[in-house]
Design a protein around this ligand. Structure first.
Ligand SMILES: Cc1cc2nc3c(=O)[nH]c(=O)nc-3n(C[C@H](O)[C@H](O)[C@H](O)COP(=O)(O)O)c2cc1C
Length: 343
């Protein structure tokens, strides 16, 4: 009941903030500032939810307290931490590129409504602090107080840059007393080189082999729902050959939109779910662990994906629209025995 009230309150405040600000990105920034202020005061009343022990899930030697994970899209540690406190089992930080970037021109994120279901279209273009900036930022955060696996997503304009970024972050994180993994984003639809490796699987193969020569850190590859099934199977077969890897299915799906400055971007939210389920069913027989991401907003969908072979699920849009669904989903997964068939 308490969670349902908080969810109601959150959605109404969010609606109010959006109507008061000119653009969705501004509304998100205002919302995040409020979360920073409210979290220390109301931490245990409004942002802390226990995760039932039966939801614990393993990815190799990493232990996630719930199969729900934060998909890569946020680079604010406080907000990230709030979602972990609310019941996410772990999560991946926003993709970082080599150097600081402003991303694409605004407007670059809008809300959309497909068949009555709210989603987002974004053309952010991977704005961020760059690897050095991220390392400086992380130095200042209380990373070790989180006992959950944290992923770091890496991008690049060439395979050399990807490898350098992976190695730099890995070297930094290895010295911290935290449980972490790395993910390479080869499926961003919003940057000029964001999908180069999708067109050239041999580049990905070399990158994975090169990284594995020097590190045993768990490494994920984020694929795109826009790849055809044949390509996805080829990638999964290639990734399976490299130890301690996983596949993240998947990124946003490209769609045109005149409301965005650059004329199109990545669709996220419930419209993606049927494709996420289809790809999970397609790739699970290959035997690489899967994080199924795309369109998840209910316990029923989480169950479908886990029963289809996903190890974990990733959530982004639902966290923006209403993060109080996290404790609700965790509770329902246990109540309805959804996860009993997992093992
Ligand atoms: C505003 C926004 C920014 C995103 N940034 C990234 C990113 O930096 N790296 C990445 O791999 N995916 C990024 N994504 C994609 C999400 O991680 C996720 O794969 C996608 O939104 C589908 O999941 P959803 O339907 O739960 O949102 C972003 C999504 C959104 C909405």
């Amino acid at each position: 009941m308490q969670t349902a009230c908080l969810s109601f309150l959150y959605r109404h405040i969010r609606h109010f903030v959006i109507t008061q600000t000119k653009d969705l990105e501004n509304a998100i920034e205002v919302g995040d500032k409020w979360l920073h202020r409210l979290y220390p005061i109301f931490k245990y009343i409004a942002f802390h939810f226990k995760i039932p022990p039966s939801l614990e899930t393993k990815l190799y030697d990493l232990t996630f307290s719930s199969p729900l994970t934060i998909a890569s899209f946020k680079d604010d540690w406080t907000v990230f931490r709030i979602w972990l406190d609310m019941g996410m089992g772990g999560g991946t930080f926003k993709t970082i590129m080599s150097h600081p970037r402003n991303g694409n021109q605004k407007p670059r994120i809008i809300e959309t409504n497909i068949d009555g279901k709210k989603g987002l279209i974004n053309a952010m273009g991977l704005p961020g602090k760059g690897v050095s900036g991220l390392i400086d930022y992380l130095q200042k955060q209380d990373l070790t107080t989180i006992k959950k696996p944290i992923g770091f997503s890496v991008g690049g304009n060439s395979t050399t840059e990807y490898l350098q970024n992976l190695n730099r972050l890995d070297a930094f994180l290895a010295k911290k007393n935290i449980s972490y993994y790395l993910e390479i984003n080869i499926s961003c639809p919003n940057t000029p080189y964001g999908q180069d490796m999708i067109k050239h699987p041999n580049l990905l193969e070399k990158l994975l082999e090169d990284f594995r020569r020097t590190s045993q850190t768990i490494l994920g590859v984020k694929l795109s729902p826009d790849q055809n099934n044949e390509d996805l199977l080829e990638f999964a077969t290639l990734i399976k050959e490299i130890p301690r890897t996983y596949i993240n299915i998947g990124n946003t799906s490209y769609i045109k939109s005149t409301e965005l400055f650059i004329g199109g971007g990545g669709l996220s939210g419930p419209a993606l779910f049927p494709r996420t389920l289809e790809i999970t069913q397609l790739l699970s027989p290959i035997g690489v662990p899967l994080i199924a991401t795309g369109g998840i907003s209910s316990a029923k969908e989480v169950t479908q994906l886990l029963e289809s072979g996903a190890t974990l699920v990733g959530i982004a849009t639902q966290l923006v629209l209403d993060p109080y669904q996290i404790p609700i989903i965790n509770k329902k997964l246990v109540k309805h025995g959804h996860l009993e068939k997992r093992n």
